[in-house]
Design a binder for this molecule. Structure first.
Ligand code: SF4
Length: 682
C-alpha cells in the first residue's frame, strides 16, 4: 500500500510547528516538516523530526486497568467507565461536590479540555478543575489581565524578526522553543540588539550582545532599575503613557525606591550595563520582550510579569507590529487548555465563574446548576488529597514528576479514596491510580491545539490508537453520558461550535476555516481574519494600567547547611515529564541520563569530576545523579533538568507559592552537594 502523508501539529512545545506524518501499513513511520505551516514554515527541531517514534512504543496502554492489590488487571471499557462514573458520583454525594477534582491536560486538544472542564463543573457542581498551566504560565494570565486586560502573547512569533531590540528574560528558547528562534536569527541578521537576562549561560546567549547573569530571583530589581533610568533620562513614551495608560504616577513613586546603585547591588549587574540595556530598549523603534518560566516560576511570578508589562508600556512597545510581550508557552496546548477554561476561577474565554451574568450564560448553555466559588488549584488539590479532596480524575498529567516536592505529591495521591488516570503510558502518576484509562496521542486524534501566539491549528488523525485504547474525546463523551450529561457530540467540530457560541473571541472560528494556516484569536466573526497583534488602538481592558510590582526575594536562600542555589529547567532533547521523549530512541541517544551542571570551581572544591555521581539534597528530598562540569552555571549555583524519573529534580524543589496565582517557586531553592562514591555499586 502506498504511504499516506497526514498534516498535523507537533505534540511538544507551544511553538506549534506543522508536521507531516508518513503513514505506512497503519503505522506512523516518519515525521517531516510542513512547508505550508505559517508558524514553522518548513522547519522542525530535533524533537519534531522524531515525533512519531513513541507512537507505537510497546509500553503504550491498550486496555483499561483496574488495581487489584499491588497489580493491575485488564477490564472491559464498559466496566471501567461505569466504575469511574459511579465512584466519582458516590464521592460527590457522600462528601459534597467539592470533594471531587480534576486535572485537565495541556497535551490534549482544545475540544477535549473544553469537555473535561465542562464534565467536572456540570456533573459534580464544583470548580475544582485545573491543569499544569498552574505550574508555568498562570502568572502570565494574572499579571497581564491586570495590566493589559488579556493574558496572552501580544504579538505573533514572526513579529520577532522585525524587532530592533529583543530582551530575553528567563527564557532558554534555543532549547525549549528552538524553531521560534528562527525569527530571532532573522532579527539578528538585520542588526537587532539581543540581550539575555538569565543567571545561567543558556544557548540563547551565544548570539546576544550581552548576557546579564543576575542573582537568582532579582528580576524586579533589574526591571525597576531599568525603568527608573528610562524615566530619569526622559526616554519614556510620554504621549503613549498620556493617551493609552493610567496609574503612571503610582509606578513613578515605586521607582523612586529603585535608584541604579540599589538595582545594581541587588542584581549583581553593573550600573553601566543596566543603563545600556535600558537605553537600547527604550530608544529602539520596535522592541520585544520574550520571557518564560525564569520569570513565572517564582514566589513573585505575577509581580515579575507585571514589571515586564510596565516596562513595555513605559516605552510604548506594545500594541504595534514587531514589538510586544512574548510569554512562551511550554506545552503544545497550554494556551488552549487555559483558553478552554481548565482553570478553577474561569470558564472558557477567561470569563469569571464569580460573575453572575457569565454563570447564568453557562448554566443555560450546559443546562446545569453551576457553583459561583472558584475551585482549588493544582497544588491545593494535591495538598487537600485524602482530606477535603477524596477523588481525583487526572487526564494526561503527571504530577509525580512535574509538581514541586514530589514526595509530598506521592504521599497525597496514596491518601485518595479513588484516583482515575487517563493517559497513554503507565506514568509515574498512573501507578498510583485505582483505575487507568488508555487514551490516545496526537497522531491518533482530530481536534485543535492553540499555540503560544493564540493560533488555533488543526490536527488530523493519522493512525488508530493501539489495541483497545480510545481517543480522549470518545472517553470523555462516554464518561459524560455515564454521569448523566448530554455528551452526544458527533465530532470535535461540534464541540468547537458549542464553545465558539459561548466565547465572543472565538465566535468566528470553525474547523472549516482552519486548514492550512489556522486562525489567531480574537476572531469575533466568520469574516474576521484573526488577530496578529493585540492592544492596537485600545488595550483589551481599555487603558493599559501601570501596576506596582511587589518584590519578594527568593523564599529559600543558600545557608551554611544548604549552600547552593538549585535552578531547574528543560534540555533540547526532552520534553516536560519525559513520558514521550524518553521513549524515543533517537532523543534518548542524545541525552540518556539525568545530570546536574556544576561550576568548575565548585566541582574542584567538592572533588567532583565529569560524570561522577553526586547526591543533591534539599530540605524536601534527595537525588543521586551525575555531574557535568560547566561554566553555564555561576559559582554557587547548579542546574538540573526535570525530565528524569530516576533522579527527579522536583524531589528537591520548593512548593512555596506565588500568593496570587499559586505557582510554585521552582526556579530557586537551596541544596547541598556530596560526592557519592557508592552510587554505581548501588
Ligand atoms: Fe515541536 Fe516545539 Fe520543536 Fe516546533 S520547536 S518541532 S513545536 S518541539
Amino acid at each position: 500500500m502506498n504511504p499516506e502523508f497526514i498534516r498535523t501539529i507537533c505534540p511538544y512545545c507551544g511553538t506549534g510547528c506543522g508536521l507531516v506524518l508518513k503513514v505506512e501499513n497503519g503505522r506512523a513511520a516518519a515525521s517531516y516538516p510542513d512547508r505550508e505551516n505559517p508558524v514553522s514554515k518548513g522547519s522542525l527541531c530535533v524533537k519534531g523530526w522524531v515525533a512519531h517514534e513513541f507512537v507505537h512504543h510497546p509500553e503504550r496502554l491498550t486496555a483499561p486497568l483496574l488495581r487489584r492489590g499491588d497489580a493491575f488487571v485488564e477490564i472491559p471499557w464498559e466496566e471501567a467507565i461505569g466504575l469511574a462514573a459511579r465512584k466519582l458520583r458516590e464521592t460527590a454525594e457522600k462528601y459534597g461536590p467539592d470533594s471531587v477534582g480534576g486535572l485537565s491536560s495541556a497535551k490534549c486538544t482544545n475540544e477535549e479540555n473544553y469537555l473535561f472542564q465542562k464534565l467536572i463543573r456540570a456533573a459534580f457542581r464544583t470548580n475544582n478543575v485545573d491543569h499544569c498551566a498552574r505550574l508555568c504560565h498562570v502568572a502570565t494570565t494574572a499579571g497581564m489581565l491586570q495590566t493589559l486586560g488579556s493574558g496572552a502573547m501580544t504579538n505573533s512569533i514572526s513579529d520577532l524578526a522585525g524587532a530592533d531590540c529583543i530582551l530575553f528574560i528567563g527564557s532558554n528558547a534555543a532549547e525549549s522553543h528552538p524553531v521560534l528562534m528562527g525569527a530571532v536569527y532573522r532579527a539578528l541578521d538585520r542588526g537587532a540588539a539581543v540581550f539575555v537576562i538569565d543567571p545561567r549561560k543558556t544557548p540563547v546567549a551565544r548570539n546576544a550582545r550581552r548576557l546579564l547573569r543576575l542573582n537568582p530571583g532579582t528580576d524586579i530589581p533589574l526591571l525597576a532599575g531599568m525603568m527608573r533610568h528610562i524615566v530619569d533620562s526622559g526616554l519614556h513614551a510620554k504621549d503613549f503613557i498620556e493617551k493609552r495608560t493610567e496609574n503612571f504616577e503610582a509606578l513613578r513613586t515605586f521607582l523612586a525606591a529603585w535608584p541604579l546603585d540599589k538595582a545594581a547591588s541587588e542584581t549583581g549587574i553593573g550600573e553601566a550595563t543596566i543603563r545600556e540595556v535600558a537605553e537600547t530598549y527604550a530608544k529602539a523603534e520596535n522592541a520585544a520582550i520574550v520571557y518564560c518560566m525564569g520569570i513565572t516560576q517564582h514566589a513573585c511570578g505575577v509581580a515579575n510579569v507585571i514589571a515586564i508589562c510596565d516596562l513595555a508600556m513605559l516605552c510604548g512597545h506594545v500594541g504595534k507590529p514587531f514589538s510586544g510581550i512574548y510569554p512562551l508557552r511550554g506545552q503544545n496546548n497550554v494556551q488552549g487548555a487555559c483558553d478552554m477554561g481548565a482553570l478553577p476561577s474561569l470558564y472558557p474565554g477567561y470569563q469569571a465563574v464569580s460573575d453572575p451574568a457569565v454563570r447564568e450564560k453557562f448554566q443555560k448553555a450546559w443546562k446545569s446548576e453551576l457553583p459561583d466559588t472558584p475551585g482549588k488549584t493544582v497544588t491545593e488539590l494535591i495538598d487537600a488529597a485524602g482530606k477535603d479532596i477524596r477523588a481525583l480524575y487526572i487526564m494526561a498529567e503527571n504530577p509525580c514528576i512535574s509538581d514541586p516536592d514530589v514526595n509530598h505529591v506521592m504521599e497525597a495521591l496514596k491518601r485518595l479514596d479513588f484516583l482515575v488516570v487517563q493517559d497513554i503510558f503507565l506514568t509515574e502518576t498512573a501507578k498510583f491510580a485505582h483505575l487507568v484509562l488508555p487514551g490516545a496521542c496526537f497522531a491518533e486524534k482530530t481536534g485543535t491545539y492553540t499555540n503560544t501566539e493564540r493560533r488555533f491549528q488543526l490536527l488530523h488523525k493519522a493512525v488508530d490508537p493501539p489495541g483497545g485504547a480510545k481517543g480522549d474525546f470518545e472517553i470523555l463523551c462516554l464518561m459524560g453520558k455515564a454521569l448523566g450529561l448530554p455528551f452526544d457530540y458527533a465530532s470535535p467540530a461540534e464541540v468547537m461550535s458549542e464553545y465558539a457560541n459561548l466565547v465572543p473571541a472565538y465566535a468566528g472560528i470553525c474547523f472549516d476555516r482552519l486548514e492550512r494556516v489556522g486562525l489567531q484569536w480574537p476572531c469575533p466573526d466568520e469574516n474576521h481574519p484573526g488577530t496578529r497583534f493585540l492592544h492596537g488602538t485600545t488595550f483589551t481592558r481599555g487603558l493599559g494600567r501601570f501596576v506596582v510590582p511587589d518584590y519578594t526575594p527568593p523564599m529559600e536562600k543558600p545557608d551554611a547547611e544548604y549552600p547552593y542555589y538549585l535552578n531547574t529547567g528543560r534540555v533540547f532533547a526532552h520534553y516536560h515529564t519525559g513520558t514521550m521523549t524518553r521513549r524515543s530512541p533517537f532523543l534518548n541517544r542524545e541525552i540518556e541520563d539525568p545530570y546536574v551542571e556544576i561550576h568548575p570551581d565548585d566541582a574542584a572544591s567538592l572533588g567532583v569530576g565529569p560524570g561522577d555521581w553526586i547526591r543533591v539534597t534539599s530540605r524536601r528530598g534527595s537525588i543521586v545523579t551525575t555531574a557535568r562540569i560547566s561554566d553555564r552555571v555561576v559559582q554557587g549555583s547548579i542546574f538540573a533538568p526535570f525530565h528524569f524519573t530516576e533522579a527527579r529534580a522536583n524531589m528537591l524543589t520548593n512548593p512555596a507559592l506565588d500568593p496570587v496565582c499559586k505557582t510554585p517557586e521552582y526556579k530557586v531553592c537551596a541544596v547541598k552537594l556530596e560526592k557519592d562514591h557508592e552510587a554505581k555499586a548501588r
